[in-house]
Design a protein around this ligand. Structure first.
Ligand code: ASP
Length: 322
């Protein structure tokens, strides 16, 4: 009896300690792509459409995390909402390659185990982010590409669709403009980072890549450490922008490493990686990130970035421009 009492007291104390040390805190941040667009490029109606969708995705993340769900579930479910929307360059609405196809990339990472999964160059998986998660949990590999990735997704029971499902008129016209050498704003990759009440971080990113891409080009989004990274000791990061620069700068891991080895705060590490290193190299884009204490950071060197943030403190932000 005495032992049971002692044990109960111990559990209460652990719970109280966790509460005091802030482990009950959750946070979620979402991006819908960065680009050099300004208020003049987007009508009020279009801006509202984007904000409404970001709101819906943010609510999903909030619902999962506030009920004690895992950061991985939050990241996958939030990204699925954005992949299913034709507004973003991921899933339905993905941009077209030079050859007029949709070749999508996605990745996800678990900050607790440092396990990760990704798919690249897939053209018939309805939700590439779910395929990435299954690569992480149900395969011995980290990155599967093209037909092999589709075969795996099918075996795992994911929804496979005809490639015409991903077609949207806007993205098709975007390709035609670029083929005619007219300037186009690239935007719309999606990403999500989350901290759950157990202190676990997760990050995910999903994209159609860049309009007019050729020769099986793969960007940063499915590359762990470049476009996506999560580590419970530091932070979770999802990137968007000109992928080649994010790969060359290993941006997502760089932010984590700056925190780990240089003791930088999330804010300083993110700004250093984007506003200093990436900008000097000539790259454009941005990141969303959350650290193990629930601090969130957004950093971008473009004029716009679709983003939405919410934490258990009640802070909520949805914005598009600088
Ligand atoms: N980073 C993506 C890529 O290069 C594109 C984007 O985020 O807009 O494939």
């Amino acid at each position: 009896m005495k032992n049971i009492l002692h044990l109960t007291l111990l559990f209460i104390l652990i719970g109280f300690y966790q509460y005091l040390s802030g482990q009950q805190k959750w946070a979620v941040a979402i991006h819908g792509g960065a680009g050099n667009f300004t208020k003049a490029d987007i009508s009020d109606e279009t801006e509202k459409l984007y904000k409404d969708k970001l709101n819906e995705a943010l609510d999903k993340g909030k619902e999962i995390l506030s009920k004690g769900g895992s950061s991985l579930d939050a990241v996958e479910e939030v990204i699925k909402i954005l992949e299913d929307s034709p507004l973003f360059n991921a899933g339905k609405g993905a941009v077209f390659t030079h050859d007029g196809k949709n070749e999508m990339d996605a990745s996800i990472m678990d900050g607790k185990t440092l396990k990760a999964g990704a798919v690249a160059g897939v053209g018939d998986i309805k939700n590439p982010i779910s395929a990435a998660r299954l690569v992480m949990t149900k395969s011995e590999h980290v990155l599967l590409t093209g037909k092999g990735a589709s075969k795996f997704a099918k075996e795992q029971g994911l929804e496979i669709v005809d490639s015409s499902y991903f077609y949207t008129k806007e993205r098709w016209e975007q390709l035609q403009k670029i083929l005619k050498k007219e300037k186009e704003n690239k935007k719309g990759t999606v990403g999500c980072v989350a901290l759950d009440i157990n202190g676990n971080l997760a990050a995910g990113t999903s994209t159609g890549g860049m309009t007019n891409k050729k020769y099986g080009r793969v960007g940063d989004s499915p590359i762990i450490g470049a476009g996506t990274y999560a580590n419970n000791n530091t932070c979770a990061v999802s990137c968007t922008g000109h992928g080649e620069f994010f790969i060359r700068n290993v941006v997502a891991y760089d932010i984590s490493a700056l925190m780990e080895y240089k003791n930088m705060s999330l804010r300083n590490a993110a700004d250093y990686a984007i506003l200093n290193k990436m900008t000097k190299l000539g790259g454009t884009g941005g990141i969303i990130a959350v650290d193990s204490k629930g601090n969130m950071a957004v950093s971008f060197n473009t004029t716009g970035m679709y983003r939405a943030l919410q934490s258990s403190d009640g802070a909520r932000e949805i914005s598009v421009f600088k």
